[in-house]
Design a protein around this ligand. Structure first.
Ligand code: ARG
Length: 256
């Protein structure tokens, strides 16, 4: 190939790349890296989880490119609002307060909250929970939650507001709360039930009760970003009528 041909092919290649880039929109999805089984960073340092798999499938199906980046949960809505990410797919509950700041897709999953406590080994070798749900949520108890979650809302709005003087201990993520629970710095932790179940395996921790908040998850976009909202809604509806949905539910959420 002579110099001129090489140049022509280079130009054609560059044009093809440009068209490709123009053809496929690119969105940045912000996740909390410590919210299994919905979103987390796996042992290889790669984003993983139910929401991550669903979003990758939707991106493929709907023809957009997606970059998935970890963001501190506490800062995730401000990060969306300033435009550093384009949407949030990370087990976020649709709440009235959040709806005033962001737009949500259709609901895609429902959860309750779980109360997690330590398990003690009895003299006969049996494992027993240190507290039940009533004795865990009593005045003076130190209860850990992730900052800026519906678990924090529940402790403030339903427990403290009812005059039960617990001490709420706030963490950047739920896994840190479980670490502190293990070493006795807190008496209990409250979190979304699937996260509790997937995080206590192989540890002397147990779920002693659930709080039937029946909260529903959606993906969040900036208000007014209707194109992306419609794309995500269409993608959710397509994956839910595809066998892939049940496969991902079985892989991450049910029967693990
Ligand atoms: N569903 C709860 C909420 O929206 C907890 C979410 C925590 N999600 C996360 N990625 N850390 O407040």
């Amino acid at each position: 190939m002579n110099y001129r041909n090489a140049l022509v092919w280079t130009v054609i290649g560059a044009m093809a790349l440009t068209v490709g880039a123009l053809g496929a929109p690119r969105y940045v999805d912000g996740i909390d890296a410590a919210f299994p089984p919905f979103s987390f960073i796996d042992d290889n340092g790669v984003p993983a989880g139910f929401d991550v798999d669903v979003v990758r499938w939707i991106a493929d199906e709907m023809g957009f490119e997606v970059e998935i980046v970890p963001v501190d949960w506490d800062a995730i809505i401000p990060t969306l609002l300033v435009g550093n990410i384009d949407f949030i797919a990370s087990g976020m509950t649709i709440t009235q307060a959040r709806k005033e700041r962001v737009s949500f897709t259709e609901p895609y999953w429902q959860v309750d909250l779980a109360v997690v406590v330590r398990q003690e080994t009895q003299s006969d070798g049996e494992q027993q929970a240190e507290f039940n749900v009533f004795t865990a949520v009593q005045p003076g108890r130190r209860i850990g939650v992730q900052r800026g979650t519906t678990s924090q809302d529940w402790l403030e709005d339903e427990v403290l507001a009812a005059g039960i003087g617990i001490n709420i201990v706030l963490y950047d993520n739920f896994l840190l709360a479980l670490e502190d629970l293990l070493i006795g710095r807190i008496d209990a932790a409250v979190m979304d039930e699937p996260t509790a179940l997937s995080s206590i395996a192989d540890r002397p921790l147990t779920v002693v009760g659930t709080i039937a908040t029946g909260e529903i998850y959606g993906y969040a976009v900036r208000q007014g970003d209707t194109e992306l909202l419609n794309t995500l809604n269409e993608g959710l509806s397509r994956i839910q009528s595809d066998p892939m949905w049940d496969q991902l539910v079985a892989k991450w959420l049910v029967g693990r």
